[in-house]
Design a protein around this ligand. Structure first.
Ligand SMILES: Nc1nc2c(ncn2[C@@H]2O[C@H](COP(=O)(O)OP(=O)(O)OP(=O)(O)O)[C@@H](O)[C@H]2O)c(=O)[nH]1
Ligand SMILES: [Zn+2]
Length: 213
């Protein structure tokens, strides 16, 4: 791709960082909390099989909640200005993700579909998937995550419109509580032309189905 790379850092610094600011506990405090939860579950944190578990859980949290240390705006901070006149919809569908619900701290997982109409250049396709992960790797509701993905793309790229659809299964509805495995939740967020024009939303849904039986 014969593309000119343009930095959007000036625009990026205009907007507030989206990383939540909290005072983190020490690693020892985190591990002690895991030991407490093991006891709350009914087991003995000192038995051999569980002795290393607090350390592993604290480490796993680093990956599962890596989104707190990332800024989606920085990920989108690079556009390819010239893509041989392309101005139509770009849709990356079936982006798999794992998140944790903020109510029960158990996983919900599924696929995100992200579309936008470029205005001044396009962004690397992988960046759209990275943006999904930034918000998925936090304590979330599906609605908030869907809105955050659409909003940050809209804010940084200033496209003619953004459409995001998230399709997920919540383990808090499967493994506990109401116990309804297989129930899926769909959420959408539209900006710009997708919000204003129902025909554009219809086109987004048509493209989502394209090539599928
Ligand atoms: N809107 C929304 N609700 C969610 C999401 N993830 C989990 N929930 C819901 O959060 C609600 C929490 O309800 P509460 O009554 O406070 O908690 P609870 O007693 O554990 O509820 P049950 O899950 O019905 O047993 C449940 O209805 C969950 O299904 C989400 O991403 N979005
Ligand atoms: Zn939940």
């Amino acid at each position: 791709m014969d593309a000119v790379v343009k930095s959007l850092s000036a625009r990026v610094t205009e907007v507030a960082a989206d990383k939540p600011k909290i005072e983190k506990p020490t690693r020892e405090e985190a591990e002690a909390a895991v030991r407490t939860l093991i006891r709350w579950a009914g087991d003995d944190p000192e038995r051999e099989g569980l002795r290393d578990t607090p350390r592993r859980v604290a480490k796993a949290y680093g990956q599962l909640f890596a989104g707190y240390g990332e800024d989606a705006r920085e990920i989108l901070n690079k556009v390819f200005e010239e893509v041989e006149g392309y101005g139509d919809m770009v849709l990356v569908r079936d982006i798999p993700f794992h998140a944790h619900c903020e109510h029960h701290m158990v996983p919900f997982m599924g696929k995100a579909h992200v579309a936008y109409y470029p205005s001044a250049g396009v962004v690397g396709l992988s960046k759209l998937a990275r943006v999904v992960d930034v918000f998925a790797r936090r304590l979330q509701t599906q609605e908030t995550m869907t809105a955050q993905i659409a909003e940050v793309i809209d804010e940084v790229l200033r496209p003619r419109g953004v459409a995001v659809m998230v399709d997920a299964e919540h383990m808090c509805m499967t493994m506990r509580g109401v116990q309804k495995p297989g129930a899926s939740t769909l959420t959408t967020q539209f900006t710009g032309v997708f919000r204003q024009d129902p025909a554009e939303q219809a086109r987004f849904f048509t493209l989502l189905r394209a090539g599928r039986s």
